[in-house]
Design a protein around this ligand. Structure first.
Ligand SMILES: Cc1cc2nc3c(=O)[nH]c(=O)nc-3n(C[C@H](O)[C@H](O)[C@H](O)COP(=O)(O)O)c2cc1C
Length: 175
């Protein structure tokens, strides 16, 4: 994979997150790691010199949350469509209960201060800058609380500064 600048990226974030999904991962080789499928998040500029950032939302029940909380970084792995079945699996079974990464046939790469997957076609390495639990009192849209949080298990949002982007080919570079 080759490293590229965020300035070179050409993709539709709505399709990428909401349609293709991503694997959010965190951990290290010594203490272990975990991953889960995500489709909620954002890419954009925040703080610094319009720093490139990614925001992810993790519910308290996710095993991956322990790793994201513990580590300085998390990664986002974009997988080929052919991995959709594995992504559905990684998004429905917990790493607390089984070695889901091995069962999905993914190869862990411990590098750049975090973990991601050799099979990914794009990897975004993020350094955590901010984390906050969403609060019920913050919702202007009451119906969202009812629809998305019937159990009041509000997500924690993590803002990560994008430190590194690796791509397999030019698919997201618009070349
Ligand atoms: C398409 C899809 C998108 C998902 N998006 C999110 C998300 O953005 N945030 C979240 O907390 N869980 C999300 N999930 C649920 C987690 O991936 C799922 O609960 C997973 O099994 C958690 O694994 P873990 O316990 O090993 O961390 C999503 C699941 C799927 C299938």
């Amino acid at each position: 994979m080759k490293g590229v600048s965020y300035k070179e990226l050409r993709f539709n974030p709505f399709n990428l997150l909401g349609g293709e999904w991503m694997l959010a991962s965190a951990g290290n080789e010594q203490e272990g790691c975990n991953t889960m499928t995500i489709s909620w998040g954002h890419f954009g500029c925040l703080w610094g010199n319009n720093d490139p950032t990614a925001v992810i939302y993790v519910r308290p029940t996710r095993h991956t949350k322990k790793f994201v909380d513990r580590e300085e970084r998390f990664t986002l792995s974009v997988m080929d469509k052919s991995f959709k079945r594995q992504m559905a699996y990684l998004g429905s079974v917990s790493g607390r209960d089984e070695d889901k990464i091995a069962k999905a046939g993914l190869t862990k790469v411990f590098a750049d201060g975090s973990v991601y997957f050799a099979e990914a076609k794009m990897v975004i390495v993020c350094k955590k800058m901010y984390a906050a639990e969403l609060k019920e009192s913050g919702f202007m849209s009451r119906e969202t609380v009812g629809e998305s949080y019937p159990e009041k298990d509000f997500h924690t949002m993590y803002v990560g500064k994008i430190e590194k982007i690796l791509v397999r080919d030019d698919e997201y570079l618009g070349r």
